[in-house]
Design a protein around this ligand. Structure first.
Ligand code: SF4
Ligand SMILES: [Zn+2]
Length: 304
């Protein structure tokens, strides 16, 4: 079945109510990324079952903003057929939805599919993770290149739609310091072609390679301070969001335990306001974070 909740999103520069839906589909076809187990939520759903989910969702939709996620790619026809995609978009239009936010791997994005969204705002999130092809290939096993991402982003921009780029803070096999640098370099490379960058902090998901490394003490999720540091250092004029999943938990991005909640809340509030002064925070554990940024470089296999 589907999951549904309400949250706030930035819309035309202001805070706006948004309904977020996760539809159960056949899930991601790729299923090989080192950190991801989302596809475990997939089921062998046929068109009739998916249509039923869509109907039930739209009985509840009453917001201008609608996020529709699957455990994979919205534009993969193996997950949502052309017919159902069109059915869903028409329903949204009739109910007064003004903007739809979806996610997709770049290979499924093409001009024809985008035609259905005429008259609506559309934002497509693409999990580029990093602008560095080597890190994406070796550490994440993502299976597409920066060029693939760039081409898909250009198709979206040509039609006047928005591109959201997900960057992964701290893939496995790189140190905390390299992870910070990787995000800063990636932001520089993508900011021309994207409207919003979502900094996704690694959380250790079940059944993944990252979990295996973490269980053997070969991986520590990023410090929340690293996201604070990255955001403060970004000089590009691009919207940045960061909503740390499992923030403060042992499997998620965390600091010392005492300051985690405050830092997570500040990052969330920053995401809807873009006010960097909210990130002027401190805790005694910043000294420890500084030290791990320094010494983690010596404790891993050199890669970049
Ligand atoms: S991160 Fe995205 S592309 Fe990779 S396995 Fe997960 S859903 Fe598929
Ligand atoms: Zn602390």
């Amino acid at each position: 079945m589907f999951r549904l909740w309400r949250e706030f999103e930035r819309f035309r520069g202001k805070k706006e109510n948004c309904m977020t839906v996760i539809l159960t589909t056949r899930g991601c076809r790729w299923r090989k990324c080192t950190m991801c187990s989302y596809w475990l939520e997939s089921r062998d759903v046929n068109d009739e079952m998916l249509k039923k989910q869509i109907d039930l969702v739209f009985e509840r939709v009453d917001t201008k903003l609608l996020k529709i996620f699957t455990s994979g790619s919205f534009f993969d026809e193996n997950e949502i057929s052309t017919e159902l995609r069109r059915y869903l978009v028409e329903k949204a239009k009739k109910l007064g939805v003004e903007k739809i936010i979806v996610e997709s791997r770049p290979e499924f994005i093409d001009e024809e599919k985008l035609e259905d969204f005429e008259g609506l705002e559309l934002e497509v999130g693409i999990g580029l993770e990093t602008a560095n092809d080597l890190v994406r290939e070796i550490c994440i096993n993502k299976g597409f290149s920066f060029f693939d991402f760039f081409s898909a982003a250009e198709i979206l921009k040509r039609r006047g739609f928005r591109v959201k780029c997900y960057l992964l803070l701290k893939p496995p096999f790189i140190s905390e310091r390299e992870a910070i640098l990787d995000i800063l370099e990636s932001v520089d490379k993508v900011s021309k072609v994207v409207d919003v960058i979502s900094i996704n902090m690694m959380n250790v998901q079940r059944g993944t390679l990252v979990e295996k490394l973490w269980k053997r003490n070969l991986y520590r999720p990023p410090w929340l301070w690293s996201a604070v540091e990255v955001i403060k250092k970004i000089k590009k004029d691009v919207e940045i969001i960061c909503d740390p999943v499992a923030g403060g938990k042992i499997r998620g991005p965390h600091n010392c335990g005492k300051c985690d909640r405050e830092v997570v809340n500040a990052l969330k509030l920053f995401s809807v306001t873009q006010d960097k002064t909210l990130l002027d925070l401190n805790c005694e554990c910043r000294i420890l974070w500084n030290k791990s940024v320094e010494i983690e470089d010596f404790a891993r296999i050199p890669l970049i």
